[in-house]
Ligand binder design. Structure first.
Ligand SMILES: [Mg+2]
Length: 445
């Protein structure tokens, strides 16, 4: 670590309200969110480093309320402006505890909701900054840390009945043999992805069928369908999708929290003839016992959840309750990389595969790093693991997600791939960017 690196300070915390008018084309439409405008409450951490080093991060939201997430990031500014950047990434464990434990802000959580998402945005921006400074993509920066350094990043408070620091060390040490070989395989082969774009609820039957066939032709081995608005429609759409992809492609279903637990069981059983691989978010994300009951009732269909799970403590509950077959970590919901690491370790401890939530804006860019790190240094396997992929909005990022033959390729650019292009930041600024001025001129916003 050079002298310059230890001396950098954060000089400014810039926030932006960035929104994409995706609701116009029903991209992202599901049973609970028929009109999302994918948005980012965006933060840029500026420093006094001579090379202009910056860290970029964001909360993902779906439109209204993005300004609330921006305000929550702004509320963290006193912790950040003027702060000296430590020499080693392991220092970020203490930064996380300071942000998440702010003695007044924590009243708005703790560890949940918009203030926690803001902590996640800032922590991810810090990790972006550290990875850029180290000249490594984030997954590689994390994979190169020692088990002891990784454990130092984790806040074990409220976890120790399920995961102690000693157990975490054991998990990480167990993964050390073969790391170099897995890294080489990752660079050569990428990481499995599945296609969520074909199944938006607002798409026509013809569009569903053609998108499902195209996904298979592109090399995906799993697609996903939104369900839960109308059973007759779901039966028809599942039939169309199954006919389009054939018997060997996995079809996941996503109800986006639509059902009561009993209703979920009946609905999934009605669709079971189409051989769904998992049912995602069948009920409220907080319905831990209900998810466990659904899981027992719909097996062998798997239960997947986690994109709305607020923190490591709730994930621990879900795992202890036997409520999950598939853990869907979200890169922007929980408190940034340090808390992701805690959740990856919990999942490894319980032997539950992590299939991260992605899509939205920037989630594919971010979460691939965490899945790849997990493969190299935590779980040590890609078996039954797959990262969601949606082919929207990547062009706005300086280091966009790249898919080849149904797999995410390993990022090579230093950082967390969280940087939006300057021209996109200008054009999609809400409410006065050029795109939104044009929308209003057409009378649609
Ligand atoms: Mg989902």
């Amino acid at each position: 670590m050079t002298q310059r690196l230890t001396r950098a300070r954060i000089t400014a915390v810039d926030t932006r309200d960035i929104r994409f008018p995706t609701s116009r084309r029903l991209d992202g439409s599901d049973a609970m969110h028929p009109d999302p405008d994918y948005s980012a409450a965006y933060v840029i951490l500026r420093t006094d480093a001579p090379d202009g080093l910056e860290g970029h991060g964001f909360c993902f939201t779906i439109g209204r309320g993005n300004e609330v997430a921006v305000a929550a990031i702004d509320a963290l500014r006193p912790h950040l402006t003027g702060a000296e950047l430590g020499a080693a990434p392991a220092d970020l464990g203490a930064v996380y505890r300071a942000l998440a434990g702010d003695s007044q802000l924590r009243w708005l959580g703790p560890d949940k909701g918009v203030t926690h998402m803001a902590v996640g945005a800032v922590m991810n921006a810090l990790w972006d900054l550290y990875a850029k400074r180290a000249g490594k993509p984030l997954w590689k920066l994390l994979a190169d840390l020692t088990p002891e350094q990784l454990v130092a990043l984790v806040d074990f408070r409220y976890l120790t009945d399920a995961l102690t620091p000693e157990e975490a060390l054991r998990i990480l040490r167990r993964a050390e043999p073969g790391k170099a070989e897995r890294e080489a395989r990752l660079r050569a082969e990428g990481y499995p992805a599945y296609a969520a774009s074909p199944g938006w609820l607002g798409y026509s039957d013809a569009r569903l069928a053609s998108a499902a066939r195209r996904a298979v032709a592109e090399g995906f081995t799993q697609i996903k369908l939104k369900v839960g608005a109308d059973l007759e429609e779901d039966l028809r759409r599942c039939r169309i999708a199954r006919e389009a992809v054939g018997p060997d492609i996995r079809i996941a279903l996503d109800a986006n929290q639509r059902w009561e637990p009993g209703e979920a069981v009946a609905w999934v059983q009605a669709l079971a003839g189409f051989d769904p691989y998992w049912i995602e978010e069948p009920t409220s994300p907080d319905e831990i016992l209900g998810l466990a009951a659904i899981r027992r009732a719909v097996a062998p269909v798997k239960v997947a959840a986690g994109e709305h799970t607020a923190n490591r403590v709730v994930f621990k509950q879900l795992l202890l309750a036997g409520a999950l077959d598939i853990l869907q970590l979200d890169a922007c919901r929980v408190g940034g990389v340090s808390e992701h690491l805690a959740i990856l370790l919990l999942a490894a401890r319980f032997g539950v595969p992590v299939c991260p939530h992605a899509g939205g804006v920037g989630l594919c860019e971010l979460v691939r790093h965490l899945a790849m790190f997990d493969y190299v240094a935590v779980s040590g396997t890609r078996e039954d693991r797959t990262v969601e992929y949606v082919d929207h909005l990547h062009e706005h990022f300086t280091d966009p997600a790249v898919i080849a033959r149904g797999r995410y390729t390993a990022p090579s650019v230093p950082g967390f791939s969280s940087t939006l292009r300057p021209e996109s930041l200008r054009a999609y600024a809400y409410p006065h960017g050029a795109v939104w001025l044009a929308e209003r001129a057409q009378g649609v916003a």
